[in-house]
Design a protein around this ligand. Sequence first.
Ligand SMILES: Nc1ncnc2c1ncn2[C@@H]1O[C@H](COP(=O)(O)OP(=O)(O)OP(=O)(O)O)[C@@H](O)[C@H]1O
Ligand SMILES: [Mg+2]
Length: 602
Amino acid sequence: MNRNMFTGRNASLQKGVPDKPRMKTTQILKRLWKYLYKFKFLLFAALLMTVTSNLLALAGPSLAGQAVNAISGIGQVDFQEVFRCCGLMLVCYALASLFEWLLSVMLIRLSQRIVFQMRKDVFDHLTTLPVSFFDRHQTGDIISHISYDIDTVNTSLSSDLVQICSSIITVVGSLVMMLRINPPLVLVFAVTVPISIMFTRYMSKKVRPLFSRRSAKMGELNGYTEESISGHKTIKSYHQEETMNGRFSTRNTESCDAYYQADYASAGMGPSVNFINNLSLALISVFGAMLYLFGGRFALTLGDLSSFVLYSRKFSGPINEIANVLSELQSALAAAERVFLLLEEKPEEADVPDAIELAVTNGEVSMEHIRFGYLPEQEIIHDLTLNAKGGSLTAIVGPTGAGKTTLTNLLMRFYDPQSGSIQIDGQNIQSVTRSSLRLAYAMVLQETWLFTGTVRENIAYGRPDATQEEVEAAAKAAYIHDFIMALPHGYDTLLTEDGINISQGQKQLLTIARAMLLNAQMLILDEATSNVDTRTEIRIQAAMRQLMKGKTCFVIAHRLSTIQNADNILVVRDGDIVEQGTHSQLIEQNGFYAKLFYSQFS
Ligand SMILES: Nc1ncnc2c1ncn2[C@@H]1O[C@H](COP(=O)(O)OP(=O)(O)OP(=O)(O)O)[C@@H](O)[C@H]1O
Ligand SMILES: [Mg+2]
């Protein structure tokens, strides 16, 4: 993309980190769950594997216990029983490992499918977003959603999910065992577990904004990097490498700081919860000993006490783990939040319910009393009325920032006016489908866009099925055919992204050839020939008139010498049409146009 802080006005209006309302955790989880649910079979299989491998592993200790019980004294060993238990243990552990391996494979699959789906959703959604969204956001930041944020979600999703599941199984399993040994002693956890949970929740709340910041800073860093790379020539020519490095360092520091702060805050969670759990161990020892001595009905043996302690470790270990995982999950949640917020960006408004296909007969375009501002409170076009007859060539001239490109944005419905109407052959463009409207125009933008592909693919972008003859005819009309033939592989020459290996004017000619091939009924050229020499510009317009016979053309040009043949010249100034007429009429009026014209030729 050619849009960066050095070439586009859009850049100056971009906000680095958009201040959007945060989503609730439950909302994020709900949406994540939707993704998981999409692959419910895989998910279910993975959960089954987790349960199976954990239960098999839980069986181990009890089998070991049975084996020990079989050894009741020297010379009194039930060898058959011991071998049976040991054999079973071997089988159990082997199966547990096997299932664990299967589980990892499934999880990798699952998370990759989710990543695929999320990327697809984000990209698909991006293509539905209105032009205004891209005018407001940094390219690099948008890319960061697709790469960094989705990766973060994925990393955590695949590992943490299993952690939580197996932790839950172990916790429940050992809780049951402890209840079987001595219920009153379990009450100790009634004190410590709520403390851990409350603490964890408190920390999660504190930590997640930090992770949100981390993601946002990362997006900012990416945005800046993208800007700097696409503006590298300007940077070099202004000898601003140092400043750029400095600014990069600032952002780099900020993003590392954000990283550090988030991880620093979450690092405290595990040890703190661990400490609380060790407290529970101390409490169990004290109360256990008291029960052992004066327990009465709830007295327990030393053996019971020691196994209770062992189970309590097994019990609180996973709780500790869950706390760790929860802190890790915060980063995933923060990243997921950014992804979902992007997915929630309003797509381009739908066509009206009974929208019809635009039927262009004559190609007459008229605008009536249009009022428009990119921001409602900042009007740029004031009560503008114009009429372009079918098959005519309308030239739009005027100083920089007058609103010429804005007019084309309105014609294409990239933006809708606040009031007034635009009609094509009497049909209001609000009542026709956007696709039929946009297909009716061929448009060459002020910013050229070529993509990685051959010259032919670039020209035939709007009509991939065009024949070689048609492509060549378009290239000839755009006066670029000879240049293409001189390229190493002619029409099969591969252009790198943005056409770095050809000149700016040649790029424009290629995009003109692309528009000419489209065979649309109407044409908009927004300074499409500004980088081409005057003679070629005039020749292209002549060729275009030939090619566009009976088609309505809008040409925006700064060089007035090139538009003298236009049927109608609109002079735009501060969003108003101040004069209109043919070249000779306007010269005769001796107004703004005449002044502009003479200033270019004096
Ligand atoms: N996406 C946008 N958001 C907000 N304001 C914008 C946006 N695009 C353009 N503007 C503003 O609208 C006004 C008209 O811009 P426009 O692009 O139509 O000018 P133009 O006549 O095409 O100028 P140029 O000859 O330089 O191409 C300018 O003041 C500009 O700052
Ligand atoms: Mg413009």
